[in-house]
Design a binder for this molecule. Structure first.
Ligand SMILES: Cc1cc2nc3c(=O)[nH]c(=O)nc-3n(C[C@H](O)[C@H](O)[C@H](O)COP(=O)(O)OP(=O)(O)OC[C@H]3O[C@@H](n4cnc5c(N)ncnc54)[C@H](O)[C@@H]3O)c2cc1C
Length: 424
């Protein structure tokens, strides 16, 4: 980055977890940062009510050899956890074709490896960030569980971790699982076993993002412009001169796009459109009435495909991947699916009458890893978007890696970005 650009602010567009962790990493180098978001505060879109799991044990690309058979089941409407509601959406076809190209064993391995490296790197940055921002115990770092109701599915997973020789994951038979996490007793009769992933963590993604914003604001390390929608850019040759918003124009030295699912729409006028599809997910949040009967460790039910985590006196359950373009509605049947699971598993541990339901659009790339790097056509335009189901898991790491690239520092990870012709 040039000296004159460095003297002007870097505009980070998007105050979700990806944008805020990028602003945090930049601010540590003394860079002036301006965070711009259309919403009234941080983490109001996809980062708002996710499961909160730093899911290192789940850092796998969806695209892989097994996904091809699964796709037919989904299209036939026989998969309760994956839905396609807008099959004729051209953006879905563009995404789907690239997804299929990433289903080879080689591509799956490469993409999963990138997600793993990003997740582990990110996880290792949590403790230092908490100390620097004085956010003690914001994130619990004592692992997470992946539980199974189906014997053959469990055995397949156990065999695959043996093949990969991953010693941070331990297989547990049902009794060992319940001994490790007594809060699973309510569903123990349905379980056959589980995996314990020592690297996993859990914490409230929205709260962490909000507290990071408060820290940056209080310490004058960043400025914020909320309630301003970015509508375009003023450019001169290959340089972005200013960000255009519905509140007026903001001059800037460089721009970082951390705009989640809205990124392709925003960049189209600049001559490129990142292949990011919105994959809708749902969450329900219940007030806990008996903490002994809910799990302290977060878990993913691999058979019913739901994620469950307890923090801040609340139980959060998330589920479903739905390809429905930008529709954010919450149909009754989705509420029923999540509510039924909670009733069966934790019916006597939560206040059943007053759950809060939410939907969020996961910004998902066909390959899996996010787009992370410089946009080829412009000298000062960068991107950190497309984190899919792992945005909270990878946020600190992606913010740090992108900042290292912007500042011209050595980076410890080989480029983990999804590839694209428009990305340098
Ligand atoms: C049900 C569900 C459960 C999940 N569980 C987990 C989990 O357990 N662990 C995990 O790691 N991840 C999880 N995720 C994924 C995670 O929530 C996302 O990957 C992450 O929140 C994406 O963050 P982001 O900052 O990229 O996007 P967002 O949080 O959506 O932020 C993008 C921001 O950009 C702003 N913006 C966009 N366009 C403009 C514009 N033109 N002008 C101004 N502002 C703009 C938006 O207002 C928004 O605030 C889950 C997601 C869902 C839906």
């Amino acid at each position: 980055m040039s000296e004159s650009a460095r003297k002007r602010s870097i505009a980070v567009i998007g105050a979700g977890v990806a944008g805020m962790m990028t602003a945090y990493a930049l601010s540590k180098r003394g860079v002036q940062v301006l965070v711009i978001d259309a919403m009234s505060g941080p983490a109001e879109m996809c980062s708002r009510a996710n499961a909160g799991i730093i899911a290192v044990g789940h850092a796998k690309a969806w695209a892989g050899p097994q996904a091809i058979g699964a796709m037919f089941k989904v299209i036939a409407g026989r998969d309760p956890s994956v839905k396609v509601s807008r099959i004729l959406d051209p953006a879905l076809w563009r995404w789907g074709i690239e997804f299929l190209a990433n289903c080879t064993p080689h591509a799956h391995h490469r993409n999963t490896d990138a997600l793993q490296r990003l997740s582990r790197y990110s996880r290792d940055l949590i403790a230092a960030a908490e100390t620097e921002m004085d956010l003690p115990n914001e994130v619990r770092r004592n692992g997470g569980l992946y539980v199974f109701q189906n014997e053959s599915q469990f055995n397949t997973y156990v065999a695959s971790i043996k093949d990969h020789g991953d010693d941070s994951i331990t297989a547990l038979e049902r009794d060992e699982l319940i001994a490790r996490e007594p809060g699973l007793s309510g569903l123990s009769s349905r379980l056959v076993g589980g995996l314990y992933s020592a690297a996993d963590c859990v914490g409230d993604c929205r709260l962490f993002t909000q507290r990071t914003a408060a820290f940056l604001n209080k310490s004058n390390k960043a400025r914020f412009c909320f309630g301003a929608r970015v509508t375009g850019f003023r450019t001169s040759f290959n340089t972005i001169q200013a960000v255009r918003t519905d509140q007026g124009e903001i001059p800037c030295g460089a721009v970082i796009l951390a705009t989640g699912v809205e990124t392709p729409e925003l960049t189209r006028a600049l001559g490129f459109a990142p292949n990011i599809y919105p994959v809708k997910g749902y969450s329900g949040t219940w007030t806990i009435t008996d903490p002994a009967k809910v799990p302290a460790l977060p878990f993913v039910d691999e058979t019913e495909l739901l994620a469950v985590a307890a923090y801040g006196g609340q139980l959060r359950v998330t589920a479903i991947a739905e390809f429905a373009a930008h529709d954010r509605s919450i149909p009754e049947e989705r509420i029923a699916q999540i509510g039924d699971y909670v009733l069966r598993s934790f019916g006597d541990a939560v206040e059943l009458k007053t759950p809060e339901f939410w939907s969020g659009l996961r910004p998902t790339t066909p390959a899996g890893p996010p787009f992370l790097g410089k946009v080829r056509k412009y000298s000062n335009l960068w991107i950190n978007a497309g984190h899919g189901q792992l945005g909270w898991t990878m946020a600190l790491g992606c913010g740090e890696l992108l900042t290292q690239r912007i500042m011209g520092e050595q980076t410890p990870l080989q480029n983990p970005s999804s590839a694209a012709s428009w990305l340098a």
